[in-house]
Design a binder for this molecule. Structure first.
Ligand code: GLY
Ligand code: MN
Ligand code: MN
Length: 493
């Protein structure tokens, strides 16, 4: 099938005098009717660069490097994930690249005016046969609308007088950038940047080398979502909720945590989400008490509550949704009491949210409810013990990063944040044993509006009775019956 398809493409390609590279894997830059049409457009990225220039200090340049590639095993790399800042301001998704954005218009030696330069991976037929099509300089100009696009190996000799800038703004470099064989990889781009800017070893000696305001400036923009970003976040959140719902319906005590993870991620992909924004957290029973539990190795989840914190990443934007559900369909008396407390805490936090509200008020509202409740249930003796069972913050921005950039101090219209109170009572806790191993987190994603908020994750039930009802329903996944492994049978597993 693969060969036949490739041969057909080759013949068409030859006919059209297009290079043999047409056999490379499809990617957004190849005309293909089967690709999604709702990617961010070049006008979005251009608009973000305009907004950035408006808040950059006078006479400054910002340098944004791609994230490094990372080894998974021997010569195999982890699936590449672009630095969200580079993607946000350019749309470029490939590694070994550098974006320079200038506050003021610059002029090159030929008299061409420009406000940004993108150094990209050079096209290479052999490399593209193995790892997929590269955009190259022509693609960057045409698809991303960046007129000054050069290959990475041109950076070394590209003439920019960095000494004239009052501020050179960049993020701290990752400390694990490998020096590969390519003389224009990320390692070389960083070295050349240091040489060209005459960067001192100790950055604090010259405050024109500014790594402090990088996150503050980019965070101001990334925290407020544009209409295009809200659309993509809405989709990511809805898809994550549909995953939660289908798993609630399909869940059974003899399933494994890994299987539950697979079902969530299958539903995400079924709706076109490329991946997850963080490692899926599927914690049955005591595993729910580990806040970022990602091993998911329990082979039978059993009948107690299971905490499922899973976020689909859709076209670069990630949701972050947690539901805690009773696997056997009914919350026990103790599980119900803890669940209701977390629910009430979330409601109390919701009631504070609107444009210009203070995040600390939302946080304190949730803490008060949980502290009062734990005291009444006899789980704590004093309200200031609350952090033992509610040990994390109330939430964070979401966007291109699951813990997205930006201040939370004062909430503003068009921020998208999580509201995620939780109570975790590990075995051995200083309370009646009947509470041990109960872990509940309810995490929702909300869009802040002028007078309140929009609950983006309303697609998945939050109330006890609605969750129990969902768990009692049949799932389209129920009929997926797979045979046992032959190799397990032989070994008597
Ligand atoms: N899923 C990670 C978090 O909730 O922050
Ligand atoms: Mn979260
Ligand atoms: Mn989460």
């Amino acid at each position: 099938m693969f060969e036949k398809n490739c041969l057909r493409k080759f013949l068409i390609g030859t006919f059209l005098l297009i290079s043999i590279n047409i056999c490379a894997q499809p990617s957004p830059q190849i005309a293909n009717d089967n690709l999604p049409t709702d990617y961010l457009k070049k006008e979005f990225h251009e608009g973000r660069r305009v907004a950035l220039r408006n808040i950059m200090p006078d006479n400054s340049v910002m340098a944004i490097f791609a994230y490094p590639t990372r080894t998974f095993s021997n010569d195999v790399e982890y699936l590449y994930h672009q630095n969200p800042d580079l993607y946000y301001f350019s749309g470029y998704k490939e590694p070994h690249s550098l974006l320079l954005i200038f506050k003021e218009e610059q002029t090159d030696s030929s008299g061409n005016a420009y406000k940004e330069i993108l150094f990209v991976q050079k096209r290479n037929a052999l490399a593209e046969q193995w790892t997929g099509k590269r955009l190259g300089t022509e693609g960057a100009k045409e698809k991303l609308g960046i007129s000054m696009a050069f290959n990475g190996n041109d950076f070394k000799n590209y003439s920019i007088d960095f000494s004239k800038f009052a501020k050179i703004i960049f993020d701290k470099f990752p400390d694990d950038i490998a020096n590969g064989n390519d003389k224009a990889d990320l390692f070389d781009l960083v070295q050349q940047f240091k040489q060209k800017t005459e960067m001192p070893d100790e950055l604090s000696k010259q405050n024109r080398f500014d790594t402090r305001s990088y996150r503050e400036i980019t965070g101001q923009l990334r925290a407020i979502k544009t209409p295009e970003e809200k659309d993509l976040l809405r989709k990511a959140v809805e898809i994550s909720c549909l995953g939660q719902n289908e798993v609630m319906k399909a869940i059974r005590p003899d399933m494994s945590e890994l299987e539950i993870q697979g079902l969530h991620e299958y539903v995400h992909k079924r709706y076109g989400a490329e991946g997850v924004g963080y490692g899926s957290i599927i914690g049955a029973g005591e595993n729910g008490c580990i806040l970022h539990y990602m091993e998911n190795t329990k082979t039978k989840i059993g009948t107690s509550v299971i905490l499922m914190d899973v976020g689909a990443e859709y076209h670069g934007y990630t949701a972050d949704v947690t539901r805690t559900v009773p696997v056997d369909g009914k919350f026990s008396k103790e599980e119900r009491a803890i669940y209701q407390l977390v629910y009430d805490a979330q409601e109390a936090a919701f009631n504070t949210l609107k444009n210009d509200s203070k995040w600390i008020d939302a946080s304190n509202a949730a803490i008060d409810v949980i502290a009062d409740g734990l005291l009444k249930l006899g789980i704590i003796k004093n309200k200031n013990e609350v952090a033992r069972y509610y040990p994390h913050g109330l939430g964070h921005h979401i966007g291109m990063d699951v813990h997205d950039r930006g201040s939370m101090r004062i909430l503003k219209k068009d921020m998208v944040i999580t509201v995620e109170p939780g109570i975790y009572i590990p075995e051995g806790s200083n309370c009646d044993k009947k509470w041990w191993n109960i872990a509940v987190r309810i995490e929702d994603d909300v869009l802040i509006t002028e007078n309140g908020f929009e609950l983006l994750s309303h697609f998945a039930p939050r109330k006890i009775e609605d969750i129990e009802k969902m768990v009692s329903q049949k799932s389209v996944l129920d009929n997926y019956k797979l045979p046992p492994l032959e190799s397990n049978k032989k070994k008597g597993f």
